[in-house]
Design a protein around this ligand. Sequence first.
Ligand code: HEC
Length: 122
Amino acid sequence: MKQRLKLSFLIMAIVAASAVVFGSARINSAVASATAATPFDAAAIYSSKCAKCHGRDGRAQSLHAKHVHARDLTAAEWQNDVSDERIFNSISNGKGKMPSFKKSLSENDINSLIPYVRGLRK
Ligand code: HEC
């Protein structure tokens, strides 16, 4: 009887321990997917950090945009000329009156902004 009690306790302990292990693995992957930037994040980042200069539509038509000479991100000629690498570097290091975003955005965030900027093309 005692032996059996011990055994069932052992089984319960194993079940509990594996629940903890599998449970935390699931939490970890949820955290990992939450930290990887998605197109949805790119739109949120763009509207909070970029739209004030480039405009929501990227056309940089506001007075402020004109004042700082923000680039019209929709322009086809510019889109044709510019490489993804340069877009990355300009966002990361800043350019002219555009500030550097190296400190406030992760590499992932900046990478996710490249297709977003491409999508603004008219
Ligand atoms: C303070 C205003 C301001 C903010 C905020 C701003 N930009 Fe800019 N951006 C500019 C200006 C000004 C230029 C033109 C720089 C130049 O060519 O001298 C520019 C240029 C660019 C370019 C073209 C760079 C190139 O190499 O041709 C891209 C792409 C760009 N911005 C994307 C972004 C993104 C994405 C964000 C948000 C993370 C952002 N900008 C935030 C002002 C801003």
